[in-house]
Ligand binder design. Structure first.
Ligand code: ADP
Ligand code: MG
Ligand code: MG
Length: 339
């Protein structure tokens, strides 16, 4: 008997289009003899689109117009064996949709409410991982109200970290709202930008040397496996939105050219982080590696990483011998096992 899958895509975050691209790949790859897949696109305004509008959005790569709010129908327990919430960023990857699906009693791919919410928030992630003994850059939290009422205090926190530093909204992805601040004069604009997008902002120290960027995939529930380690290379100040999504700006190296001992450390730290954050199903764990000092720092954990056929996460498992279609099938199995 075929499993009925609801594939959620699009969503309200800045990563709406990225999600639609991933969804097209997943839709094409779920084996039709095993799965009966219904895609539902969520518009940037948060409306769950009916079939015709959904098909149009997947075809054109953008959700148009209003459409009915079909949330109650789409997420009702009857009708689907599992949901694949292929959504990135706030209102999708952050535990909100996961909470709705938990209430509806439908198994779903990926982390639950706790793992999703904590991993989405860069400050909570840092706190949890620090208590698990995972090495990370030095950081400080700032809240919007403090920036409005006592900007001097926030500035002092930045100076403690030193320049250059990174300013980031706590709950976003795809490098949206992130600034590399090289001089104190640039701090105000960076904080204004980040606080426009989030109530909470994280200030992060930069390593002394430009770090290499390593990524590793984790697959599984309570006995997770780590993929080979991949590396991203690009010619830019940092891995910003443009570099991420402009064809040809960045190159992927799988496996990353590393001493085997370093790759093993990456995999082991990533597994520890996955467990500490109570992740499930899948995650892509990203690191900075400072070659000069042999320093490995965990940067972030993405609980629903980019998922087109050419994205890092599927490529990492392909290198481990798991095809894209085997991978998506495995993710649905993991969702059903967790029930
Ligand atoms: P996002 O969740 O939007 O991907 P990241 O925290 O991964 O945000 O930051 C995006 C990119 O910015 C990283 O891939 C890296 O290139 C750069 N970056 C972020 N924080 C630091 C840091 N502390 N030191 C050096 N580079 C950083
Ligand atoms: Mg991220
Ligand atoms: Mg990142």
């Amino acid at each position: 008997v075929k499993r009925r899958i609801l594939l959620l895509a699009g969503g309200q975050s800045g990563e709406h289009e990225v999600s639609l691209m991933s969804a097209r790949s997943v839709l094409a790859a779920l084996p039709r003899d095993q799965f009966d897949v219904t895609p539902v696109v969520i518009s940037p305004q948060g409306r769950w689109l009916p079939p015709t509008e959904t098909a149009r959005a997947l075809e054109t790569g953008r959700a148009q117009g209003g459409g009915d709010l079909v949330l109650h129908r789409a997420a009702s327990a009857e009708g689907y064996d599992a949901v694949f919430p292929l959504l990135h960023g706030p209102m999708g990857e952050d535990g909100t949709v996961q909470g709705l699906l938990t209430l509806a009693g439908i198994p779903f791919v990926g982390s639950g409410v706790l793992g999703s919410a904590v991993s989405m928030d860069k400050v909570m992630t840092k706190q949890v991982l620090a208590s698990a003994g995972i090495p990370q850059v030095a950081w400080r939290l700032a809240v919007r109200r403090e920036w409005q009422d006592r900007p001097g205090e926030v500035g002092a926190r930045a100076r403690e970290l030193g320049f250059p530093l990174f300013v980031k909204p706590a709950n976003l992805g795809s490098s949206v709202g992130i600034t590399k601040v090289s001089r104190p004069e640039e701090l105000q604009a960076a904080l204004d930008l980040a606080f426009n997008l989030d109530r909470r902002v994280i200030l992060e120290a930069m390593t002394a040397h430009k770090p290499r960027e390593l990524e590793v995939g984790i697959l599984g529930n309570d006995a997770p496996l780590a993929s080979p380690v991949g590396e991203l290379r690009f010619d830019a100040e940092f891995y910003d939105y443009e570099t991420k999504y402009t064809e040809g700006r960045a190159t992927m190296h799988i496996p990353a050219p590393l001493p085997p001992e370093v790759a093993e450390r990456v995999r082991s730290l990533a597994l520890t982080a996955f467990r500490a954050l109570d992740c499930a199903g899948l995650a892509r764990v990203d690191f900075f590696y400072v070659e000069e000092t042999d320093q490995l720092l965990l940067n972030e954990v993405n609980t629903m990483p980019g998922f087109t056929t050419t994205s890092m996460y599927p490529k990492l498992f392909e290198a481990a011998g798991l095809s894209y279609s085997e991978l998506v099938t495995r993710l649905v199995e993991l969702a059903l096992e967790r029930r």
